[in-house]
Design a protein. Sequence first.
Length: 153
Amino acid sequence: MMAADSIAIIWQRLTTIRSLRSQCRSQLQTGWNGEGEGRVSVESPAAETLVFSEEGHWQNESGARFPFRNIYRWTLHATPSLIALEHLRFGPENPVFLLDLIPASTHRLRAATPHLCGDDRYDATLFLADDALYFEWTVKGPAKDEHLLYTYR
């Protein structure tokens, strides 16, 4: 399968997302162990752009429950063949660039380079399996050693 095929298949699946579940695990005592779930509203302001508005609740191992809300912009690029991901926490005119996702294998994309935030390194893989889209993050830094798995359906 060509790289462009993997990008096209994953892009098409991104357009159908309506819900998410998250599982967060830390090797350190950060309080980030827990699970969440929510809904995803997908807008397409342009053929090559998707905006995910995510909203739900996350619960840590101690049972404390917290609301969450995120807005992400996914942008499809033909040359080179990749999907860029930005966080829109400061609005669509001031995006925070996170990653360029490039083909790694059939139905799997990986970060071209990790996202650096201070001393922390965020790496990611996006892949299709079992009729779901999985977005897996690893976060490493002086005070972080975390694994996050988002399941989008």
